[in-house]
Design a protein around this ligand. Structure first.
Ligand code: ADP
Length: 327
């Protein structure tokens, strides 16, 4: 793996996240600055297997820093789980002489990259692109800040209509395995209760807190639920609230995929630019098979095999803050 990197490929893989374009732009322009040839691999690992690879120039990435989605498209690719698929993918890279890869994606994409690089001796660098912020080895992931701000904007609007009708809204935000979007958007919008996968949902506690608020005539209530909460998401929570507290006018709102789209926030554009730049420098310095992260505002490098989904303990303080501030 000591061959000097001269031609690099960049791809976006797995779930899309706003800011991926800013990262692609940073990779392309840094690569060109250092005299490398840069190729865009379309639709994640699928494009690598199918040889759907295009040369990228400085102008190819003009006017994309502010755009959500990814100009390279993204995909989930079953064939890459098999050795045969990965071997075909390597064939495509060999044909073009690509000898370094930058993968923007989540922990699944990094698992694939780790296998690929071990089998075919090709240096790979990962950039954490996921709205869920649940990857070990970084304080930031590309897309989280935009997604959480989209959720906040939407929940603020829901509060207006909840207030007009004295209603309870149970709002579902993204986060199958991690509650960061729920936790942050819930605190930022003054939600009364926040249900997250990291904590077993205590439905009796939720009912009694709503009952107590009903007695105090606090009629506008927002409950923010991460899609992966163990009770089954907003629909299930609302069902039991309606049964047990029929006097409360309860509605459900599932925010869904709007949280993945939209123009990336300033923070996402900046971290994507820093990470993209750093990824190219890693390849040039021979720092292979790591994920580039940011910890305490400094670039931080984690071996790809350790850049896994991180279930962090949510401190009791956070939950106390929610309870006290929503009283
Ligand atoms: P994310 O990268 O957002 O976590 P996925 O878990 O869906 O998304 O992974 C994206 C792609 O990475 C998969 O569709 C597959 O092509 C590849 N991949 C994931 N896990 C593995 C693995 N264990 N071996 C090989 N490829 C993998």
């Amino acid at each position: 793996m000591q061959q000097k990197v001269s031609k690099i490929g960049v791809l976006t893989s797995g779930g899309d996240a706003p800011g991926m374009n800013a990262a692609v732009r940073a990779v392309v322009r840094t690569g060109i600055y250092y005299g490398l040839e840069v190729y865009g691999i379309m639709r994640g690992y699928s494009g690598m297997i199918e040889n759907d690879i295009v040369p990228l120039h400085s102008r190819s990435v003009a006017n994309i820093i502010q755009r959500g989605g990814t100009i390279l498209k993204t995909a989930r690719c079953k064939e890459f789980f098999e050795y045969e698929g990965r071997s075909r993918a390597f064939g495509s890279l060999k044909k073009l002489g690509i000898n370094g890869l930058i993968i923007i994606g989540g922990d699944g994409s990094f698992r694939g990259a780790h296998k690929f690089s071990t089998e075919f001796q090709i240096p790979c660098i990962g950039l954490p692109g996921t709205i869920d912020k649940d990857i070990a080895g970084t304080d930031f992931t590309i897309g989280f800040d935009t997604a959480v701000n989209t959720a906040v904007e939407a929940i603020d609007k829901i509060r207006d209509t909840a207030d007009a009708h004295d209603r309870l809204f149970v709002i579902e935000v993204m986060g199958r395995d991690a509650g960061y979007i729920a936790l942050h958007s819930g605190i930022a919008t003054g939600a009364e209760n926040i249900l997250i996968p990291e904590r077993k949902t205590d439905i009796e506690e939720l009912i009694s807190s709503l009952q107590e608020k009903e007695k105090r005539k606090k009629l506008v209530n927002l409950v923010v639920v991460a899609e992966g909460d163990n009770y089954g998401g907003a629909e299930e929570v609302a069902k039991v609230v309606k049964q047990r507290l029929p006097n409360i006018d309860t509605k459900v709102c599932i925010l869904g995929h709007i949280q993945r789209g939209g123009s990336p926030s300033c923070i996402d554009r900046v971290i994507a630019s820093r990470m993209g730049y750093s990824a190219v420098e890693c390849l040039l310095e021979g720092k292979f098979n790591v994920m580039v992260g940011i910890v305490n505002n400094k670039m931080h490098f984690t071996p790809l095999e350790k850049a896994v989904k991180a279930k962090q303990k949510i401190s009791d303080d956070w939950l106390r803050i929610i309870k006290i501030l929503a009283s």
